[in-house]
Design a protein around this ligand. Sequence first.
Ligand code: NAP
Length: 282
Amino acid sequence: MLGDLSVSSIAFGGAGLTFAEHLDDARREELLRVAVDAGFTLIDTALAYSTADERHHNERLVARALGSSIRDGSVTVISKGGHYRDGDRFPVDGRPEAIAADCRGSLEALGVDAIDLYLLHKTDPEVPLEESVGALAALREQGLVKRVGVSNVSRDELRRAQSVTVIDAVENRLDLSRHDSWAVLSYVTKIGMPYLAYSPLSVVSDWSRFAANEFVRTLATERGASPQQLVLAWLLVQGATVIPITGATREETIRLSAAASEIQLTAEQAVLLGDEIRASAA
Ligand SMILES: NC(=O)c1ccc[n+]([C@@H]2O[C@H](COP(=O)([O-])OP(=O)(O)OC[C@H]3O[C@@H](n4cnc5c(N)ncnc54)[C@H](OP(=O)(O)O)[C@@H]3O)[C@@H](O)[C@H]2O)c1
């Protein structure tokens, strides 16, 4: 669930499609439709997922590929502002007026009257976080976004954001080696807030080691699953509100990742898999 909305248990992130230079826009749109056909009903995008030439590139792709499904509510969209592309640089701008302007641009690019979930993409070190989050709250009050959240936050930043307004979701990358990363996950899942775990496959860095492990190989064979699907299934059991946001640029990987939500792990398998994921993370 994303608050009161029922969504696919794994989300699809479109950033990789924009940044994959070997793809043209027609193919990128086709792959977004493949993602929805495979079962993803939650799509993650952002202003920052732009090409050097086209601001809001990814949001425009999402609108062209999935516009009618977004408007009829069968697909839910997350977008983010306060971070943008300028040539090869990706600056942050967390000033309230910048966030309001980013959101207006995203509404226009997505072709909607209100964005389902809108996040501050990254904290701007030059702007107090409370001011940036205040801008999100104002957008929600104006009805331009339905839910608000923060991304790439520490436990302390999340606390500060919550002191300003109701935070509906967090979008972070789970870093197994950082205590604070686990602290955010643990807190968020305890209070029932959605935890959008982006770049989920990055929890493993040594895939050869992970895939060659005997326990992983046996479990993969038993479940007819790939090592990547097992990692997604493991993330799903790290908290009732965890929603991994996976990305892929091929039809095969899109369908495999969508199917990972069907893999049920026993509690013991999840613990043993976690041990191997940690051993392959360093
Ligand atoms: N909030 C933030 O700051 C932030 C930052 C980064 C990402 N994100 C979000 O998270 C999304 C996903 O990030 P990501 O692309 O790094 O995610 P990821 O799913 O961890 O990694 C994607 C990579 O894994 C491969 N892959 C995906 N599924 C696979 C499978 N079933 N089997 C084998 N390989 C597989 C893909 O290969 P192919 O390309 O060959 O298919 C691609 O190279 C982004 O699109 C974005 O929406 C948010």
